[in-house]
Design a protein around this ligand. Structure first.
Ligand code: GTP
Ligand code: MG
Length: 330
């Protein structure tokens, strides 16, 4: 029997990590609250220590875990109730015009016509720009939006599907458990992992991973109002001597006023591209259209769930169509 303990923030994280590492047959055997920090520190953080077990005959060899990942990467998610609500003035006009041309109402457009409409709607937007990862990729964004999880998803895709040699770095030594979270994923994928404690170390750590095709850098979550942390992360990024690409990770559950605020504040970090997460937690994809129109930067990935690595799509018409199941609502 394999016994594994995880120290996590919440049970969601515990299940994601156990399922990812031990497979679907892992069972929860114990759960207890723990406090982490110096002995007399009144601000000790409350975490949960959970123990999972996996029976001997169900133990998964690493190659089998990889096989499972390969099989699940392209698996379709069960049907959701997500729609694409056309609530913006320009989009509404375009849909009206399209329906007139086809002598239809939005409700009785065929699936093919709905797809054609989305193609027209997004035609001249940055959605259609080519999506390429750089050798060095830095994910930044507000707290809890899914930066670390998305890094694990990209790392798994690149390792397993694209056969790239991936290396992971974290500069998040701020949040308790953050280093361990990414280290666990690095161990499962059997890829090198480095921790950068100080902005001056960044180039040395990058040099040790120079034989990798893709390097993914995780950063600490920051409120867009926290100028101090924004400038701290900027220091790490600015010190990086090699070419890199920065991605702003943003949750689709964010309200539009906050989206504006985040897009604006994070401009300070000169992000090149956007990754949208938690699409599965909303039943309306219209904020995607909003983000595309508000930002001059292209969307690289869309993430639609907690499952590592399968809940990630390259952002394009096909993925938007798949996620909304072609349902357009006026
Ligand atoms: N529903 C849903 N949950 C997600 C998605 N991506 C990540 N999560 C969950 O969101 C929670 C936070 O994810 P993390 O990857 O730790 O987020 P983070 O941005 O690294 O958080 P900080 O480092 O604390 O800023 C976890 O419970 C993830 O499983 C997604 O696309 N959909
Ligand atoms: Mg994180």
């Amino acid at each position: 029997m394999i016994i594994k303990k995880y120290t996590v923030i919440d049970m969601k994280e515990a299940f994601v990590r156990a399922k990812y590492e031990l497979g679907p047959d892992a069972v929860l055997v114990d759960q207890r609250d723990v406090r982490v920090g110096a002995k007399f520190n009144p601000f000790k953080r409350k975490l949960i220590e959970v123990t999972f077990a996996l029976e001997e005959e169900k133990e998964l060899e690493k190659p089998n875990i990889k096989k499972t990942l390969e099989n699940t990467i392209n698996a379709n998610k069960p049907k959701s109730e997500t729609v694409f609500k056309i609530d913006d003035k320009i989009a509404k006009e375009k849909l009206k015009h399209f329906c007139e041309l086809h002598d239809k109402t939005p409700e009785n457009l065929t699936i093919t016509e709905k797809k054609q409409f989305l193609e027209i709607l997004f035609k001249d937007t940055n959605l259609n720009e080519e999506k390429v990862l750089s050798k060095i990729n830095i994910l930044v964004g507000p707290t809890g939006v899914g930066k670390t999880t998305t890094i694990a998803k990209i790392a798994a895709r690149e390792t397993i599907l694209n056969k790239n040699k991936v290396g992971l770095i974290t500069i998040d030594t701020y949040r308790i458990g953050a280093v361990e979270q990414l280290r666990t994923y690095a161990r499962i994928l059997n890829v090198p992992f480095e921790v950068v404690n100080d902005s001056t170390e960044i180039n040395d750590k990058l040099n040790t991973l120079m034989n990798c095709d893709i390097i993914l850098i995780d950063t600490l979550g920051m409120s867009p109002n926290d100028d101090k942390k924004l400038s701290e992360v900027n220091k790490f990024i600015e010190n990086c001597k090699l070419d890199y690409k920065t991605y702003l990770v943003i949750s689709l559950t964010t309200d539009r006023m906050t989206i504006d605020h985040i897009l604006n504040k994070y401009r300070y970090l000169n992000y090149d591209s956007i990754i949208v997460t938690k699409v599965d937690e909303t039943n309306d994809l219209s904020n995607l259209w909003y983000i595309i129109n508000k930002s001059s930067k292209p969307i690289q990935y869309i993430c639609n769930g907690q499952d590592v690595p399968n809940d990630i799509r390259e952002a394009n018409i096909d993925s938007i169509f798949e996620l909304s199941e072609g349902e357009l609502i006026l």
